[in-house]
Design a protein around this ligand. Structure first.
Ligand SMILES: Cc1ncc(COP(=O)(O)O)c(C=O)c1O
Length: 452
């Protein structure tokens, strides 16, 4: 059964329970507890294939690198490998996770606006496919590290194309005033390429840019392509640099609510590929490999978070607060980006027609509104609430605020559920705590107090 609620198409079984990846979410909640992150495996795979085929049929050479910051576990890295994706990592932890999952190093891109010596060394030791250099300082640092190790780093240079996007200011990254990359305007990018070409420890393969996230139109991507090709022509003429890889980052938006109408992957490919090929031809440039780094649009809509509803408070003539057993710690996006979500009462979805407007609140010691003013079905304490499109930057950004344990992450496919990540235990919470010696003994603490 696939009823259309006021919000979206849903899979619902005869019991009126929401179904994710063929699994009844009520059974999942009983088995794994709540809050619970769920992923629909088939949906993730479908989206990877969509990117590979829509871009692969429109451009001669394409690589699609999943931006693992959106959500990474060893299982997700394996899944991406099986789908023939490359991987964008942005920290020692993401790189370590990918390598531990046996993700092929040659398909890994190492990102970061401030890579530590350890991170650069790890990338070189693992022989990752590309290190994406973000500054002149880093070029020098990496060159030195590579020469010391008797190797040559395969690199891209991240440039700031100076493109403004229509998205939340905290997820704009390609504008002139941004901490990321080296600016095309002002000559820094030109200088960086000149420097990289001289460094014996570096092999400059191409350029990278990433203009922002949750982009709901293709126009900014189109302007980026134009800008990058103009710049490629300039540095070819000035420095003789021929670009082998052109990486235009990620950023395609997803449908968080019914108001969002993101372009499809096909729309994006159609907007970018012919335009890029035309522009390259006009400037007599050879055709590079085109790289994309989607994160949110691969896993975002494949994810659902399941909560148990607790206290319901009605403030007469004002609003009803529905509290759930998670909040800011499992989903900081509403607080960070004013992100908006949709939800249903997952154990009786068919009653959604009886819409009730509520505010969904978390259980942290903050005003952690998860969804402001949303229409869900009638609910009571003990019901399950499913919040949609929580697959990107939710688990990845989860914290232990208020010493909450981070939820389990479950992958659902064909009615089978398997853990991607175990729920943290209370013991996990204190596993890294240490009691300083002088606080260990009560007497010592008292001595200290008296001295103070
Ligand atoms: C360098 C880079 N590539 C790709 C992405 C993925 O973006 P999105 O999840 O919007 O596709 C990001 C996100 O911040 C990024 O910084």
């Amino acid at each position: 059964m696939t009823p259309k609620t006021p919000n979206r198409m849903l899979r619902v079984n005869e019991a009126g329970h929401l179904v994710v990846g063929g699994c009844d979410v009520v059974e999942l909640a009983e088995k794994h507890g709540t809050p619970l992150y769920l992923y629909d495996e088939a949906e993730i795979r479908r989206r990877c294939r969509d990117y590979l085929s829509e871009f692969g049929t429109r451009f001669p050479q394409v690589e699609i690198a999943y931006a693992s910051k959106a959500a990474l576990t060893m299982g997700i890295a394996r899944l991406m490998d099986q789908e023939g994706m490359a991987l964008d990592v942005a920290s020692a932890g993401e790189l370590y996770t990918a390598l531990q999952a046996n993700f092929p190093a040659e398909r890994i891109k190492m990102h970061g606006n401030y890579k530590s010596d350890l991170e650069l060394r790890m990338a070189l030791e693992a022989k990752v496919g590309r290190v994406v250099c973000d500054s002149l300082t880093e070029l020098e640092q990496l060159d030195e590290a590579a020469r010391k190790m008797g190797t040559v780093a395969e690199i891209l240079i991240r440039v700031r194309p100076g493109i403004d996007t229509h998205t939340h200011e905290l997820i704009q990254t390609g504008q002139v005033d941004s901490k990321f990359g080296v600016g095309i305007f002002g000559g820094e990018a030109h200088e960086a390429i000149e420097l990289a070409l001289k460094c014996e420890g570096l092999h400059l393969r191409g350029l990278h840019c990433h203009i922002g996230s949750q982009l709901l139109e293709t126009d900014a991507f189109e302007r980026t392509v134009d800008q990058m090709v103009e710049f490629l022509a300039l540095v070819r003429d000035d420095l003789g640099f021929e670009c082998e890889d052109l990486d235009i980052g990620g950023g395609l938006g997803i449908r968080y609510t019914e108001k969002d109408e993101p372009p499809t992957v096909a729309d994006l490919a159609e907007a970018i590929c012919p335009r890029l090929l035309r522009a390259l031809k006009n400037h007599d440039l050879s055709v590079p490999r085109l790289i994309l780094e989607p994160g949110r649009s691969i896993v975002g809509e494949a994810g659902v978070t399941l909560y148990t509803i607790g206290v319901i408070k009605d403030i007469p003539s004002l609003r009803t607060y529905v509290s759930v057993d998670g909040g800011l710690s499992d989903n900081p996006r509403p607080a960070l980006y004013d992100a908006v979500y949709e939800a249903v009462v997952a154990n009786r979805v068919e009653e959604h027609a009886a819409c009730e407007w509520v505010r969904v609140a978390g259980k942290h010691c903050e005003t952690d509104t998860l969804i402001d003013d949303t229409c869900i079905g009638h609910c009571e304490p003990g019901d399950l609430l499913a919040v949609f499109a929580t697959g990107a930057y939710n688990y990845a950004m989860a914290s232990n605020y208020n010493r909450f344990t981070r939820p389990a992450v479950v992958l659902c496919c064909d009615g089978q559920d398997e853990l991607l990540v175990e729920r943290e235990s209370l013991a996990d919470l204190i596993s890294h705590d240490r009691i300083p010696k002088h606080l260990a003994a009560k007497e010592a603490a008292e001595d200290c107090k008296q001295q103070g």
